[in-house]
Design a protein around this ligand. Structure first.
Ligand code: ADP
Ligand code: ASP
Ligand code: MG
Length: 411
């Protein structure tokens, strides 16, 4: 029997009624002759609530217990989905990550999948089970502890199962009907794309389009998983949604395909650092050891042997970053006058494979933002993206202006 993977996100399983609705979709795919692996998220809002409990109980929490707690939302929806399917006379059962077992690294809170043995579930399919409902987002480490895959990680669970079971497709059901040129909550002019390349989706995901977790796109690209994003609220249509596929399979190639915004950014500047060989290593080594995900970096031109070093990182890592550089200063490894933090910034990015062969995108982006009076604080570019940091209050304005300037509403 062909295996199909269907993933339902938080809003798609937010109530018992919605679980029923999702189960109906599953039943249709079973009727079409598939064995189905359903991956579920926690009910929407549930994981946030659990994270809140952890932070309130223990601000410097033990990450192993964090995972034990925040993974639990998915256990509930997996069981409920299995029960709902059974009520519809579809042979189904639930699987928590450890039961599969979905084996991961021990990096609690951001674990990576190492292996998904298929024998347990395949055996059950052989015995007549039609649907394996898997709790997304969670796994088990070699030490036997529960792990989680990072926020939005159920997408990655789904794609990893699709790869492991050589599924015919991995359908990601969510609250929008596909991948748009930008977050449809920011502008009504956002246009749904029929297809988007793995490379562009990878950039868009890592730059803030949370419709897919970045790691899920990486896995889909590596294992050639046929990945589709579609709405769980719309009527059944076999051609619905957006297909994430290889670049060769896309006919139209826009220079810019999408605009993304990531609000949870911070900018930190070490003022007046002694400019000497090894200074960057002395700063960024301790930051890396402290688990700070440094993104953009700028070093100013030095004057009289001193320079300013600016970097950006996620806003919830600011205190960790402050501690790391302050400790390095105390140890005499770096010497700076002041550490200035700006925790009110957002990163706005343009993504498009066409940028490889077309110049002028960055210049047009800067002009558009300047016409809107938006000041650019940091710039970074790569082959298929341009990113800028701006004041967070300009997020919507910047996205809308860029979406207009690059005429993304037009196919
Ligand atoms: P789920 O709970 O189903 O995993 P998420 O909230 O994680 O859903 O992701 C879906 C959301 O992603 C949408 O509601 C939308 O606001 C947001 N989003 C951001 N950028 C985009 C984009 N380019 N295309 C579609 N959705 C996007
Ligand atoms: N429930 C988890 C989260 O909210 C995983 C997911 O929904 O993908 O991050
Ligand atoms: Mg999600």
């Amino acid at each position: 029997m062909p295996v199909l993977v269907m993933k339902f996100g938080g809003t798609s399983v937010a109530t018992l009624d919605r679980i029923k609705r999702a189960a109906k979709r599953v039943s249709r795919e079973v009727a079409n002759g598939n064995d189905v692996i359903v991956v579920v998220s926690a009910m929407s809002g549930e994981t946030n609530k659990l994270v809140g409990y952890v932070n309130e109980t223990s601000p410097m929490y033990d990450a192993r217990e964090y995972d034990a707690i925040v993974s639990s939302g998915e256990n509930v929806t997996a069981g409920l989905m299995a029960l709902t399917l059974q009520e519809m006379d579809i042979p189904a059962r639930s699987w928590q990550g450890w039961q599969v077992p979905l084996k991961t690294t021990s990096a609690h809170g951001a674990a990576r999948i190492e292996d998904i043995p298929t024998d347990n579930i395949t055996e059950k399919f052989g015995e007549g089970m039609k649907v394996a409902v898997v709790a997304g987002f969670q796994g088990i480490s070699a030490e036997g502890r529960i792990t989680t895959l990072g926020r939005g990680g159920s997408d990655t669970t789904a794609v990893a199962f699709a790869a492991a079971f050589d599924a015919i497709r991995c359908d990601i059901y969510t609250d929008v009907d596909g991948v748009y040129t930008t977050d449809p909550r920011i502008t009504k002019k956002a246009r749904k794309m029929e297809k988007v390349s793995f490379e562009e989706m990878l950039e868009m995901a890592s730059l803030g389009a949370k419709v897919l977790q970045t790691r899920s796109v990486e896995l889909a690209m590596r294992y050639k998983v046929k990945l589709r994003v579609l709405s769980s609220f719309e009527e059944y249509d076999p051609n619905a949604g957006t297909l994430i596929c290889a670049e060769e399979d896309i006919v139209e190639n826009n220079v810019v395909s999408g605009v993304t915004a990531s609000r949870d950014e911070a900018k930190m500047t070490l003022v007046s650092v002694a400019d000497r060989p090894g200074i960057a290593a002395a700063i960024f080594g301790p930051l890396a050891e402290a688990g700070v995900n440094v993104d953009m970096i700028i070093q100013n031109i030095s004057e009289e042997g001193r320079t300013d070093m600016t970097f950006s990182c996620p806003v919830d890592q600011v205190s960790r970053a402050q501690n790391a550089v302050s400790a390095a200063k105390e140890r005499g490894e770096v010497n700076f006058e002041e550490l200035v933090c700006d925790t009110e910034v957002a990163k706005i990015s343009l993504v498009g494979i066409g940028m490889r062969s077309q110049s002028g995108v960055a210049a047009k982006m800067f002009k558009t933002l300047s016409d809107e009076g938006v000041n650019i604080k940091v710039i970074a570019t790569s082959e298929i993206k341009v990113s800028v940091l701006v004041d967070r209050k300009y997020t919507e304005l910047a996205v809308q202006a860029l979406h207009d300037a690059f005429e993304l509403e037009k196919a």
